[in-house]
Design a protein around this ligand. Structure first.
Ligand SMILES: [Zn+2]
Length: 313
């Protein structure tokens, strides 16, 4: 098992302690900035809550429930995720029908809803009703990076667990203990959000980002073309190219205002400034943000749009 990241440990212990002393609320809202790992913490807490050793805070790892959780097949654990799409009322209703029955295996049932800010209004109302009339032996765990966009009536029913944002140094030192941690630290120009970096690695997308600064350098020097820079781009990863390009421009903008630039971009910066100047840089940055938002809404041809954008660099 990967050891829990240091900045998640205090929250983990706090909840384990409440569980052990039988003072844990039946509803928890775990909040934190995007990518700090609140979803990961919540999944660890689910394991603790499902364990049949109810007198201890931490999951034993050996009981039948723990084994079922390890095999991702526990029948009393329900999970909804709003990362990719809105959580709709039918999904919540289905789940609530099930939790009104007795646990099939151990002592507790647990509902985990990650990215809970994606619940639509009807889904939120259905969750609120379940929190107001809690089913026996049932815990609700919600996670959100925008907890203020949840209904205040939901928030007020939950124990709030705030995950702190780790410093860049903490993230760097933790990444060293991960496979490919070094390569991930080299992407700090893109993000210092540790779990976003891990998720890019899991999706095998780090290569796109790692190669981008060098490709932009060559584009600015005129030794490569837009077509060749975009070799490998497809409708499914255009958004990654947009994110990477926007991050490079953002770093350049910050550097022009006096902030230190990531070493990976130190040769790219003067070339971009020479080619565009600050005004055009800002215009291109805004255009990329617009493109990102349009790609999620319309039927534009993503690759063609990105090619058109880069032709203006
Ligand atoms: Zn157990």
């Amino acid at each position: 098992m990967i050891e829990l990241a240091p900045w998640l440990q205090a929250c983990h212990k706090q909840v384990q302690h409440l569980k052990q002393s039988k003072k844990l609320s039946h509803a928890l809202l775990i909040t934190g900035a995007d990518g700090v790992g609140q979803e990961y913490l919540a999944k660890e807490l689910v394991k603790d809550l499902m364990c049949e050793k109810i007198d201890q805070g931490v999951a034993c790892g050996h009981c039948h429930s723990c084994e079922l959780m390890a095999g991702e097949s526990h029948p009393d654990y329900y999970f909804l995720d709003g990362e990719e799409a809105t959580i709709k009322v039918d999904q919540v209703r289905q789940l609530i029908n099930k939790i009104n029955q007795k646990p099939q295996v151990g002592n507790n049932k647990v509902v985990l809803i990650t990215h809970a800010q994606s619940m639509n209004i009807n889904a939120s109302n259905a969750v609120l009703k379940a929190l107001e009339e809690p089913a026996d032996q049932t815990y609700f765990l919600l996670t959100s990076s925008q907890s203020t966009s949840l209904m205040p009536t939901i928030r007020s029913r939950c124990l709030l667990v705030n995950v702190p944002t780790p410093s860049q140094m903490e993230v760097e030192s933790w990444l060293q203990s991960q496979p490919d941690g070094e390569a991930l630290s080299a992407l700090f120009w893109l993000t210092t959000q540790p779990f976003r970096l891990l998720s890019l690695e899991k999706q095998q997308k780090t290569g796109i980002y790692t190669s981008l600064p060098e490709k932009i350098k060559e584009l600015m020097q005129g030794t490569t073309t837009v077509e060749s820079l975009l070799t490998g781009v497809s409708n499914s990863n255009t958004i990654d190219y947009c994110n990477g390009l926007a991050a490079i421009l953002h770093q350049c903008l910050c550097h022009s205002a006096g902030r230190t630039i990531h070493p990976v971009l130190s040769e790219v910066y003067p070339l971009i400034m020479q080619r565009m100047g600050i005004q055009a840089l800002m215009t291109r940055y805004q255009a990329l943000q617009r493109l990102k938002s349009d790609l999620s809404k319309t039927n534009l041809n993503p690759v063609m749009q990105l090619t058109h954008e880069l032709n203006q660099w």
